[in-house]
Design a protein around this ligand. Sequence first.
Ligand code: SF4
Length: 421
Amino acid sequence: MTSVAPKHRRKSVAVHIGSVTVGGDAPVVVQSMTNTDTADALRTAIQVAELARAGSEMVRITVNTEEAAAAVPEIRERVEAMGLDVPLIGDFHFNGHKLLTKHPACAEALAKYRINPGNVGRGKKRDEQFAQMIEFACRYDKPVRIGVNWGSLDQDLLARLLDENAQQSQPKALEEITHDALLESALSSARRAEELGLEHDRIILSCKLSGVQDLIRAYRDLAALCDYPLHLGLTEAGMGTKGIVASTAALSVLLDEGIGDTIRISLTPEPGGQRTQEVLVGQEILQSLGMRSFTPRVIACPGCGRTSSDYFQHLASEIQEFLVAQMPVWRATHPGVEDMSVAVMGCVVNGPGESRNANIGISLPGSGETPVAPVYVDGEKTVTLKGDTIAAEFKALVKQYVQEHYTSPEHNAAPGTISAL
Ligand code: SF4
């Protein structure tokens, strides 16, 4: 899979999570989370597999009950039986120390534990239970994510910082103290984990908020204060366009500054929607920033008054779906194909230009133009399609291009020619 380091990637230590590396020189990793009941091992394994096949490189599952903890080894086995090697991350809150004590097979089957310092207990119990979680990580040789969340901020810590602030001659605003508390919670928990014996390169940090600008500020500051890999995500991003845009706005700024080593897009699925959408959005963000490639890029114009029908919209969508559907196989059989660009354009104004610049492109006829569709391959016009079979013929040409150009690891070999249909 292609990856391009951002211009100024922040230096972080590499943390190994099963077969996946987060931080160091590794490409930014896309991860996701299931929303099934973990106690239902079959349904959870199926969703893990769907997410992994969509491109999620790690999958988090909630481990909230005895039944859920007991199901984790079976989920692991089922996922492996489907031929998938995707690290499973256990999301623990409140009772993680108890569940890991009672379910050693769960502790073993997980590749990483997520610990929320705000949700491991209050007062003295907090320290004891946090220490227990870290002891499990050491015993089973697992990395952890210390995941601080605005909605579950350590209230003892916040109260202490507020008290200290009140003593100052010029007290800071509440938002400032909350910001400080988020960072302090993450960093002091990481320090404590190391004091308890966890290696420095077994820790990932996150500091999630639901406000875009608050999130950017928190991660910029966190990035400057440590070299732990950072897990980025806008928490409670929301549904549909709002969730996608807010996540993209926040993460793009940080990623472009070289901040962030793994991302999760916390979208609320639309009723009946696919959980895999969060994976595709994460991939799109990285691909749009030129950091990684996952699926061939379809360049399609928006259409305008020059398009006499919505045919080209259908074709663009058909080609996009075709490419996405091929990727699970092509990823293995045609390495490098994720870098390919395919243009589907609506008329002669920008059609030939964009099509020439793509690996393969088609320029459909706009209103008043001759009803023919020239196809361009590596900048050269090769064939002109017409009639009712344009879509099928163009798809066949795309397939042929892939077979001729991406059949070996050296996918940048000199372009071949394709025969006209
Ligand atoms: S390429 Fe043609 S149809 Fe597409 S937006 Fe531009 S002018 Fe309109």
